[in-house]
Structure formats: structure tokens, C-alpha cells
Design a protein around this ligand. Sequence first.
Ligand code: DP6
Length: 354
Amino acid sequence: MDFISQPFNSLEGKITWQSPSNIALVKYWGKYGDQFPQNPSLSLTLSNCHTTTKVEYKPRKSNSKKYTFSFLFEGEQKPDFHPKIEQFLDRIAPYCPYVLDHEFIISSSNSFPHSSGIASSASGMSALALSLLSIEKERVGLTEEQFLNKASFLARLGSGSAARSIQGPVMSWGHSPFIEGSSQEYATHINSGIHSVFSDYQDTILLIDKGQKKVSSTLGHQLMEKHPYADIRFKQAHQNISRLIEILSSGSLTDFITLVEHEALTLHALMMASNPSFILMHPGTLEVINKVWEYRKETDLPLCFTLDAGANVHLLYPKSNATTIQQFIADELAMYCQNNHYINDQIGDGAKKM
Ligand code: DP6
């Protein structure tokens, strides 16, 4: 697919998109070239954790700088975000030359607390990509499919995992022979062959550490380049994708739990075995994991965990078990969260135009 925009005259307007975060079940960890993933990944799109981004645009008066924009986060000017946005605009300019012809006021806010340790790059970059692409859609017209694929393509150039936040509830990104239409360039949703047990899956995010990550995902991805286990990991991720596709269709929660927890621990094992190595789990992360294992043994309830590149724990379970499991979380796990803070979320359908 050719993602280069037709030229058009600059115009004035504003647009707002709300885009959710997502949680990977098979992890993207390792990239090459222009933000291409070393292996396919598969995620659940969330709903309550989201970023809302308004973009106001007008024709640009010539200026010595390459781009003209201001960025407000929760109402305040945030110049420290400028380099990240400039890098994003640099990457998308070959496909969206209109970012050079307009000036922008970008205003963003998150539904989750800023310092919660929740990665905001997936929701933030996807909301920005959608808002900018809407300018092109309005002017040159794009089919729904072209719009969604290009939005995911642009979001990917901002942050790999952002490619998977455009739609939902189950997204894959990266080519897999087991997923029809899968692509290295953008994510697509898997809309058939998903067992109903997953249709209302819950994700409770335990905020074990709300601080800034000590090691960025970008550095973690880089460390996969010379990682001694890289090849075997990328092969394993391919196998896990094909296995997970079968599991999502069969609805076997036992197999789901085994695969998802193994993926999470593998991600952290890869970090521990990189050079330099790093540990993002905290004592509370391990306490929670052990508690979840004990709880499952005692109750046989299908509660499992997954991890991002951080200390927080995502707890996954079907909605039919929500009352019992949420009581367990409040009684036994909240104490490991900073200020007892956790967020109940659930799977969702992706970004919304406001
Ligand atoms: C562990 O998407 O944050 O969350 O492409 O450098 O922005 P960049 O990385 P990012 O990496 C996410 C890694 C992960 C796993 C995942 O979401 O698949």
C-alpha cells in the first residue's frame, strides 16, 4: 500500500481523537529499520486508559524552524515533549507532507494519572497520528480501510506499540503466516475466530511503581540487537502467535494463562540477560505474581498476569469472574500498589473521533 498523501492546499480547522492504551499478550521486543518489529505481536486494546488529543491547525506562515507547533499537556505548555514530537513529524513528513504546510496547537490529556508508570506512548502517539491524518482524510478522502491502516502505520512510526491502539479488541502487528492480512507496516484487528469467553476480558492494572521507567523501551529494543538469545526469541514469538491464535479460537483458558504468563516472564528474562542487563520488576511485582499463582491453585479461577516494560502488573480475567477476583485484588493485592492505587480496565474497540 502506498501511504504518501496527495498534495492539497493548507486549511484551517480542529479535530479531536481519543485513543486507548493496549496490553500485549505476545510481546514486541526488538526492532529494526524504520520501526519494523523483529517478530509479530498480539495485543488486547483497552478502554478506560486513554489519551485525548485535540489538534488545531491552520496554514503556516513561513518560519525559520522546520515545524511550527505548540504542545500542551493537561493545559500546560510542555516544551520537554517537543523533541519526541519533532522526531515523529520527521518520520511521518515523507507520507504527510502537509505537516510542513500547517501550524499546530496540540493539546493532550490522559485518563490515567500522568505518573502512573502506564506507558502513554501507545495511546498518545495513536491519538496524534489519528488527528493529523484526519486533516488528509477531510481534504483528499480516504476509504475507512485506508484511513485505519495509514493511522496505524503513522502511529507505528511514533511508537511501535501505538500501531495496535487504533482498533480492537484483538490486534496483531508484524507479519505472521498464521494471520491473514498481517503486516510489518501496520496493525490489523482479528475480528473472527475469537471465542466468546474473551469478548469481555478484564484488565486490572496494579500500579506497583508510578515512577518514570529507568530504562526506556527504545533502549530495551536496541539491546535485542546483540542479544545472545535474540534469534531463538524471535522464533519463539512466531510460534506463540500461532499457538495464541488457536487458543483464542478454542477458548482454553488454561492454555491462555500458560502462554500469556510465559510471554511476560520471557520479556523480563530477556532484559535480565541483555548486556547491560536490567531489572524492571520490583519486589511488589514478584509478591503479586506469587499471590496470583497461590490464588489460582486454591480457587481454580482463571486469573493470570502479564507485564509491560515496567514494574506494574496487568491482571487478566473474564468478566464472569470479576466480582470474586476484584474482591481478592482489593483484599490481597492492593497493598502492593503505590498508595493502594490500581485501575480496573477492560477490552475495547479502539480509538474514537470526538
Ligand atoms: C514491552 O512501543 O514502547 O510494551 O517502538 O520504541 O516506542 P517503541 O517501543 P514501545 O515498546 C513496547 C514494548 C512492550 C511490549 C509490547 O507492547 O508489545
